[in-house]
Ligand binder design. Structure first.
Ligand code: OFO
Length: 168
């Protein structure tokens, strides 16, 4: 594998791991602020990002390149509101999408069609995750400061999280 692609895939391990820890911190914040549905959603999201990370580790090893398990920065854990929580979710996903797009671009430059093919799974995944983050943030914008709106949002997202957990 080309060394710059190898480096980018290792960087991506770090981004997926950081996303997993960020969502864990967000789940914990929601748990301690009475939003149990939101907490379940982010606990699940954290697990998904860990799966994304492990998929990369296994792929790099299969290709006989070298995996570097990264140090991680401390995730953000203070949120003033549900809106801030979901803004962070969307920013995080947009960031990861940019990184994935960059890998795809580099794969084409180096004619590494194997990694390019592998990364398509991430492209599809990001499309879905960004759409979910945008939809949930839009709903929160409509709800504004309305407390019963937040209660219903938490209840609905709990149903989404349970449905997702049952599919897995
Ligand atoms: Fe949604 O970050 Fe993984 O790919």
């Amino acid at each position: 594998m080309n060394s710059s692609i190898e480096k980018l895939l290792n960087d991506q391990i770090k981004f997926e791991a950081s996303a997993s820890m960020q969502y864990l911190a967000m789940a914990s914040w929601a748990d301690t602020n009475g939003y149990n549905g939101v907490a379940e959603f982010f606990y699940l999201q954290s697990e998904e990002e860990r799966v994304h990370m492990i998929k990369l580790v296994k792929f790099i090893n299969e290709r006989s390149a070298t995996v570097i398990i990264p140090d991680l920065d401390k995730p953000r854990s203070d949120f003033g509101s549900l809106n801030q929580l979901f803004e962070t979710f969307l920013e995080q996903e947009v960031f990861v999408t940019e990184k994935i797009n960059h890998i795809i671009y580099e794969c084409l430059q180096h004619k590494d069609y194997n990694v390019h093919n592998f990364m398509q799974w991430y492209v599809t995944e990001q499309l879905e995750e960004e759409a979910v983050a945008k939809t949930l943030l839009d709903k929160l914008m409509i709800i504004g400061d309305n407390k019963s709106g937040h209660y219903l949002f938490d209840r609905d997202i709990n149903t989404i999280a349970s449905d997702k957990a049952n599919q897995e």
